[in-house]
Unconditional design. Sequence first.
Length: 454
Amino acid sequence: MKTVIAGAGPTGLLLAGDLAHAGVDVTVLERRDGESNLTRAFAVHARTLEQFDARGIAEEVIATGTPVSHLRLFNRIALDLGGLPSRYPFVLITPQYNVERVLEERALKAGARIVRGAAVSGIEQDADGVDVHTEDVPAYRADYVVGADGAHSGVRRALGLEFPGQAVVRSLMLADVRLSDPPPDAITVTAVGSAFAFVAPFGDGWYRVFAWNRANQVPDSTPLALDEVRDTVRQAFGTDFGMGECRWLSRFHSDERQVERYRTGRVFLAGDAAHVHSPAGGQGMNTGLQDAANLSWKLAATAGGWAPDGLLDSYQEERHAVGRLVLRTSGGIIRLALLQSRAARLGRDALAGLALHVPAVMRKATGTVSGIAIDYPHAPRQEDIDLGPTRLYELLRVGRHVLLGPSRPEGYDGRITHARYDRYVLVRPDGHTAWTGTEGDLPVALRAHVGSPG
């Protein structure tokens, strides 16, 4: 089976590495000619780190950044990630390009091909496959295509799909700077009546700053000077933290949009090609990576010839709802941040502060932002399990289903990895539980989730 992936960002690279690891012929088409050193994404949440753990790259990614276990919002609202039921009870602050580098190395090592300077200009599909057109090559022929080519996706446009939504905040300023007097908290966020600012360390002496000034709403094309960022940060915090050298400045707007269908025939959409939302909560890159983790094993199962009926359709069923949830949560956070009146801000701080003192509310809030609490209707997230000489997520690194249980079934070599356990649990390659039950129900469960034996 041949698969073409449009986009060599984190979503496309994770997908490419998974498919190549499973023996699928993978070509990645990337419209950029060279690598991008500076990007907007900077946060890797706990659930994403668990997915990286299932691929043996979590520690390599963690080494590139700064783990942060406490988030402080709007001066008084604090989120404690330290209680997350995960091996990674924190958010990792690291530039997106570090994540891309690790994922690209993994994909290339597994055998994926990356073609740069190749923007998708057309899609034609029939009953047997898909032709992907670019400007320089007549067509790439594939069995399946995944558009992971960003908010301005050429694949989505070629399919004629609408991208409904709206701009949630305009004229956001972004800067990567050095600070001579950085804030004491690792991540600092605040908002006053007319100004909002966010500061986070990359861990290498550079800081990521987002800033927004209600009184200066201008088009994205308006030139941005560092002094404008300094002024807005001072309005929000009362100081600019000694903002000095700057390596990147950008002005942009943030949309809330989601495509209605993640699958059109043999073509799928993932990441920003399928959904975009505000940067609040740092969930954008993470949501795309979770899309890829969900889709990759289903395409690999199809390539292997054992995919149960409807497996590829379940990508839409499971991930569209998650994309909608992220739009709601990130949109809610940014709207709370931009409240204009002092009375509204005081009410926000008081009510949120009281609510987060309730353990169940704190667990829900941190679990949603981190991705740990996001389950699928028939496949909840599976926590890691210590199995003596190994762990569940280490077993997932093979890329197969893992069956935990007292005995090993016959006829599933190459499709499941078995480990002895006191009860039966079937875990999908993306770390979600497919089934739990008794030995008597095991044959039916395996046929439903992993196909017939033999």
